[in-house]
Design a protein around this ligand. Structure first.
Ligand code: SAM
Ligand code: DTB
Ligand code: SF4
Length: 346
């Protein structure tokens, strides 16, 4: 007698056999964008509360381990060698420098440490140091994330073996707007890197940028791409363009801030269990706008005074905002049981 192994629903979905996939059409995502603002926020809140504590926000700290001089021409990026932004390129940091920054981030309350390099992709000679960074940061008890550009399957496996928790590689925008922003790597290159990362068993962190001159349909196109990745990313950074003088997008038309909040809400609804990270651009937002983003389902931020090359709100300002809103950093536990409850016996 032959035994037949049970077929899981997810393997059928992957093989595209018989089971309809939960795919988001661009039109369906755009229809979410078009909801009245209050209805959209209410739906996003419902989804958020079904999966997360709405008063908890995860804190990641960024460090640029290799800054500037990048061969790519991403039109938003101050680190591209194609544009004169006045940024001085530097060599890769030493392991000690990285670990010192990671220790400081942990002391400030971050639980994830994200290391970024201005590379098209890592070279063979870089891998040993990068692996040592992952191992060292993990030993400090922090989750690790890296964003080093394109990876092939072998590189992804090396990072996985070192213990990397997350790899960040963004789609940035919709397929049809992409060519207006970047010419040196294709959309398919990005999808291939994401597939290598997924296949190696590393959590995927993938999002994009809002405010680069794209239309609402193109914003919906980005969200549909992200939501249709199978599975969708564990972490989705939504960046607001930081318009840096000298880059081709320095004078991009600013978008309505509520449109940014709508993008957060739509990401939350289409990817219910992902960490939606309110990423670049917070420095330029006031507290009320950031609060709307949290209300729309953002539950992670970059925390610390710098992003990669641009500034981020001071940790002190963030702590003050968290206090005013009753938000808790994720992973922070209440005081020892019993001591914080009025009238509780010791
Ligand atoms: N070089 C690597 C790469 O491109 O994959 C890693 C670093 S790159 C700076 C990471 C991401 O930061 C980009 O994909 C983009 O989404 C975001 N980013 C870069 N410059 C930005 C800017 N001026 N405003 C908003 N987001 C930006
Ligand atoms: C992401 O999506 N945003 C971060 C992180 N991933 C690496 C980077 C934002 C960079 C903003 C511009 C700068 O500071 O250079
Ligand atoms: Fe280089 Fe990354 Fe900047 Fe593109 S986004 S220019 S790949 S550092």
């Amino acid at each position: 007698m032959t035994t037949v192994a049970p077929i899981s629903l997810s393997s059928l979905r992957r093989a595209n056999v018989g089971v309809p996939e939960t795919r988001w059409s661009v039109a369906a995502v755009e229809a979410l964008y078009e909801l009245p603002f209050m209805d959209l926020l209410f739906r996003a809140q419902q989804v958020h509360r079904a999966h997360f504590d709405p008063n908890e926000v995860q804190l990641s700290t960024l460090l640029s381990i290799k800054t500037g001089g990048c061969a790519e021409d991403c039109g938003y990026c101050p680190q591209s060698a194609h544009f004169d932004t006045g940024l001085e390129a530097s060599k890769i940091m030493s392991l000690d420098e990285v670990l010192e920054a990671a220790r400081a981030a942990k002391e400030q309350g971050a639980t994830r440490f994200c290391m970024g390099a201005a590379w098209r992709s890592p070279k063979e000679r870089d891998m040993e140091r990068v692996v040592a960074m992952i191992e060292g940061v993990r030993e400090l008890g922090l989750e690790t994330c890296m964003t080093l550009g394109m990876l092939d399957g072998e590189q992804a496996r090396q990072l996985k073996d070192a213990g990397l928790d997350y790899y960040n590689h963004n789609l940035d925008t919709s397929p049809d707007y992409y060519g207006h922003v970047i010419s040196t790597r294709t959309y398919q290159d990005r999808l291939d890197t994401l597939a290598s990362v997924r296949q190696a068993g590393i959590n995927v962190c993938c999002g994009g940028i809002v405010g680069m001159g794209e239309t609402r349909t193109q914003r919906a196109g980005l969200i549909a791409q992200l939501a249709n990745l199978d599975p969708y990313p564990e972490s989705v950074p939504i960046n607001h363009l930081v318009a840096v003088p000298g880059t081709p997008l320095a004078d991009a038309e600013p978008i309505d801030p509520f449109e940014f909040v709508r993008t957060i809400a739509v990401a939350r609804i289409t990817m219910p269990t992902t960490m939606v990270r309110l990423s670049a651009g917070r420095e330029q937002m006031d507290d009320a706008l950031q609060t709307l983003c949290f209300a729309a389902g953002a539950n992670s931020i970059f925390y610390g005074d710098r992003l990669l090359t641009t500034t981020n709100p001071q940790a002190q300002r963030d702590r003050r905002l968290f206090e005013r809103l009753g938000l808790k950093p994720q992973g922070e536990r209440p005081a020892v049981k019993g001591t914080e409850v009025p009238g509780a016996e010791a």
